[in-house]
Design a protein around this ligand. Structure first.
Ligand SMILES: *Cc1c(COP(=O)(O)O)cnc(C)c1O
Length: 399
């Protein structure tokens, strides 16, 4: 399967009333240049062949679909299938869009790729892609996160990126974003800011979606080859929403396929400690675009929380907001304890340790599968592997 690109959101980057470019005019100019370059380059044979080749021979695509028979039998209802993005090089779906962004930066003649990272997953995937493509990489990371996420910090150093510790403010993701963005603004002509999900100003939600669409395209074909029909439900966890958009995009026009996005309910939707943006948020602007937000009365982003650090973002991709409003996708939430149960259950019944992010989708599938007939099928995007979470879970559950 080779990568294919979709037609746009509208030409200002809106999906319905969400998305756009909520930025000062000079930055809009820069974003439009990136969009123009992307539109020029994305359909050239040069770019497509280079990216396809890397997706196959470097990432290991296509990732398989696995029928989780033992888990399905144990639940006694619908059949559960896993799209194994956890088997990709670097262990998650993020490498798909990081390679796309690094290659685009190189084709645009940029000399440096910049980004922030919270838990370090985006940082590692981007540092990997930049090492491969041969372009300089600079990652900004809060000092608190540097201490917390030590294995990822070590990997980034080994991969040769420049790690900039951020000591201001909260010393976490929020200030790392500001720090990386300031650095970017010093030289936007020669540097490229690589956003880590389907968020941020146009054209990033479109571009990252296009780079992730390969997941759904493969899965749709693989599923039909295996089962002779489409799945009844396709499901994925939603932080910023890139792995979910990658899966959903291929099924959006299949009316028979129900699409479900699963958000983190953290310690409970009735507490402040969650990141269920689509479930409980309201419309506003964040990081240069419009979307559902978890915000206070003045429109400032609220602190958010999830046991899965890859899901704790107070905004969400604009296309998800649109898909929620038109009711094409249903958004549900799963709390920390349900997530941990699913993490352990998939590990012990199938021998697959999922990322805590992905375990949210597994948990919701487990919740509904048992009440469905055994001839119904649920396809889950297993966005990543849980090696990074193993020590944390073992400690939390006193294993
Ligand atoms: C980062 C991450 C996510 C969340 O990102 P999305 O853009 O919502 O897909 C989900 N799963 C894994 C394994 C991740 O590393």
């Amino acid at each position: 399967m080779s990568i294919e690109f979709l037609p746009m959101p509208d030409d200002k980057g809106y999906f319905g009333e969400y998305g756009g470019q909520i930025l000062p005019p000079d930055l809009i100019t820069i974003m439009n240049q990136i969009n123009d370059a992307y539109e020029d380059i994305r359909n050239t044979d040069d770019f497509k062949n280079e990216l396809n080749d890397l997706l196959i021979h470097y990432v290991g695509r296509p990732s398989p679909i696995f029928h989780a028979k033992r888990l399905s039998d144990k639940l006694g209802g619908a059949q559960i299938f896993l799209k194994r993005e956890d088997l990709n090089h670097t262990g998650a779906h993020k490498i798909n869009h990081c390679l796309g962004e690094a290659l685009l930066a190189k084709h645009m003649g940029k000399t440096k790729v910049l980004a922030e990272t919270g838990a370090g997953q985006h940082g590692v995937a981007l540092a990997t892609a930049c090492a491969l493509v041969g372009i300089e990489c600079e990652i900004h990371m809060g000092e608190i996160d540097i201490v917390k996420e030590h294995p990822n910090v070590t990997k980034m150093k080994i991969l040769g990126c420049t790690l900039i510790p951020v000591s201001r403010g909260t010393r976490t993701l929020k200030d790392a974003v500001d720090s990386a963005f300031e650095e970017y603004l010093k030289d936007p002509v020669n540097s490229f800011y690589a956003i880590g999900s389907v968020v941020g100003p146009h054209p990033f939600p479109k571009m990252v979606r296009d780079f992730q669409k390969i997941v759904g395209d493969e899965a749709r074909k693989q599923f039909i080859d295996m089962q002779g029909k489409l799945p009844d439900i396709a499901m994925a966890c939603v932080g910023g929403g890139s792995n979910a958009m990658g899966l959903f995009t291929a099924f959006i026009e299949d009316e028979s396929v129900e699409l479900v996005g699963v958000e983190p309910a953290g310690k409970g939707l009735d507490t402040p400690d969650h990141a269920a943006t689509l479930t409980l948020g309201s419309k506003g602007a964040i990081h240069g675009f419009e979307c559902y937000n978890l915000q206070d009365k003045e429109g400032n982003p609220l602190p958010v929380y999830s046991i899965a650090s890859g899901l704790d973002y107070p905004g969400v991709g604009p296309q998800h907001c649109y898909l929620k409003d038109i009711k094409r996708v249903r958004y549900e939430s799963i709390d920390d304890n349900e997530c941990l149960d699913a993490f352990m259950e998939l590990s012990r019944v199938e021998g697959i340790i999922p990322a805590l992010e992905s375990a949210h989708a597994v948990a919701y599938a487990m919740k509904i599968a048992k009440d469905m007939p055994t001839d119904k099928n649920i396809l889950i995007n297993l966005s990543g592997r849980g090696d990074k979470d193993a020590d944390f879970v073992a400690e939390r559950l006193s294993l």
